[in-house]
Write a protein that binds this ligand. Structure first.
Ligand SMILES: Cc1ncc(COP(=O)(O)O)c(C=O)c1O
Length: 494
């Protein structure tokens, strides 16, 4: 973004990129959309992309790519080699600009990096606890279901109040952190984990002060501070807007400062790094690095590609530069802010303040008549139902991030009630335009005015782990057809 004044003297911003590759989109008709939902088991993850008009499911693996990345994609000048390829050595040099870390390990995506990290840190379940600001779905599945451990979440109380305008909802509660370390004993704790621009809190950042305090506690008890930096781009851009401790610093300086405090970082490179892959960086613990690398060659492939294609290893070079660019990450932040503010003005409940990642609609307040957990006649899962309803009335695909995304307790098989039940409308980087946002605003507002027509969902098939990906559900009492009829009456067949 370029921040300027307009000719009237008011603040004004203009995008700092242009788009030269485009993809034609087609809006399926209302009836088609209804059929698609039925065939997809009322689960937006199961909808084929050609039936989606505006795809706000995720920012993962669907960002626009840069001209430099496009040329790397052609693979010209890349010498294909199983071991010791040229792109890897180039990549390592670029990593050093941003990370004061000795070691880099590549993996095919974020969860593969997480698997290697927690395998090494949890000592195959002997150090069962991971303390964190907030869990992510794959992190929890790996820590709890693969290695038999427990995630302990310690967010600040403001984090779960959608209306609270606290600017650092991604902070970890440092007083609770110290209490929990003492209660669980440091020997049983694998790591303290901080997620950047916390996904399940609605893309909310932590403050630099909180990070220093967390590091101090980690040092006091001899625990590693690890970071999920999949969305470091938005974390840093939000810090620049809000955090006086980083005032005047460049993104490269901020990531260097953060990484100086961090013992190990890992990422899904599919998100802030614009490439299909993942990576781990280790500051200086050679033994830890060697353990991770020894499993990398078992699960991911040779050290110099780690499950990524050579072209993507090369594309990550520019991906790193874009993530830590001083202007680029602000485009989506402004899109999110614009949409959140407009929805808020219209009374549609959203997570505030606007963060990174996307627009997060608070489904519990949008659909107060739908129980969080299925309850006989009424069904359940407000955010799951709302994501489907939005697709039906617009062809826009969002993602449920709430009760459905939280797997059952593996021991009791009971539902674990979540604090936030959200529909996430992610903003893939450099992908959508103002008219897309205005269409989203219009249809979401219409849906809010007709919210009583939307009821809950119930299970037809519930997978045992990460159930939200492939689960099959049904609209309770056939509410989808009534919503379709109301829409058609007022707005027509498209
Ligand atoms: C914060 C965070 N960590 C880890 C992952 C997992 O990454 P991947 O989907 O590349 O396996 C994601 C994916 O969205 C994420 O948002």
């Amino acid at each position: 973004m370029v921040y300027l004044k307009n000719s009237g003297g008011d603040p004004f911003y203009v995008a700092d990129f242009r788009v030269r590759v485009f993809q034609k989109l087609k809006l399926p008709t209302l009836k088609e959309r209804y059929m698609v939902l039925k065939e997809s088991g009322w689960n937006t993850f199961r909808i084929p992309v050609e039936k989606v008009y505006i795809d706000l499911l995720t920012d993962s693996g669907v960002n626009a790519i840069s001209l430099e990345q496009l040329s790397d994609m052609l693979g010209l000048g890349l010498e294909d080699a199983y071991a010791g390829n040229r792109a890897f050595y180039k990549l390592i040099n670029v990593f050093k600009e941003f990370f004061p870390h000795e070691y880099i390990v590549l993996a095919h995506q974020g969860r593969a990096a997480e698997n290697l990290v927690f395998k090494a840190l949890m000592k195959n379940g002997k150090k069962p606890y991971v303390l964190t600001n907030v869990h992510f779905t794959t992190t929890r599945a790996i820590v709890e279901r693969v290695y038999g451990g427990r995630i302990i979440e310690l967010p600040v109380p403001e984090a779960f109040n959608p209306d609270n305008l606290y600017e650092f909802k991604g902070n970890i509660d440092v007083a609770k952190l110290e209490d929990e370390i003492r209660r669980l004993r440091p020997d049983n704790i694998a790591a303290v984990r901080i997620e950047y621009a916390s996904n399940l809190l609605g893309g909310q950042p932590f403050s630099m002060k909180n990070y220093y305090e967390t590091k101090e506690i980690c040092d006091k008890y001899g625990l590693p501070l690890i970071a999920d930096i999949s969305m470091a781009d938005w974390q840093i851009a939000l810090m620049k807007k809000r955090d006086p401790m980083v005032s005047g610093k460049s993104a490269a300086e901020i990531i260097n400062e953060l990484m100086e405090l961090t013992d190990l970082s890992y990422a899904s490179a599919r998100k802030g790094f614009y490439v299909r892959g993942g990576f781990i960086t280790v500051k200086d613990n050679k033994e830890l690095y060697e353990e991770i690398r020894s499993w990398q060659v078992v699960f991911e492939g040779h050290t110099s590609y780690g499950g990524m294609s050579l072209k993507e290893v090369a594309m990550l070079i520019d991906g790193l530069k874009m993530a830590f660019d001083d202007d680029l990450p602000f485009y989506e932040l402004e899109q999110i802010k614009y949409t959140v503010e407009k929805l808020d003005e219209r009374g549609v409940p959203v997570i505030k303040p606007p963060g990174g990642l996307g627009v997060h609609v608070d489904a519990r307040r949008f659909l107060p008549h739908v129980p969080l957990i299925p309850n006989g006649e009424k069904g359940g899962y407000p955010a799951g139902a709302l994501a489907c309803a939005l697709y039906l009335v617009s062809g826009i695909r969002g993602m449920e991030r709430g009760q459905l995304s939280m797997d059952r307790d593996p021991e009791t098989w009971k539902e674990i009630p979540v604090e936030l039940d959200l529909v996430r409308l992610a903003m893939p980087r450099k992908t959508y335009l103002q008219s897309h946002l205005d269409y989203l605003l219009d249809r979401l507002t219409w849906l809010f005015e007709n919210k009583d027509l939307v009821k809950g969902l119930k299970w037809i098939y519930e997978p045992p782990v990460l159930r939200f990906f492939e689960g099959i559900l049904l609209d309770q009492d056939n509410w989808g057809s009534r919503l379709m009829e109301a829409y058609e009456k007022q707005l027509g067949e498209i």
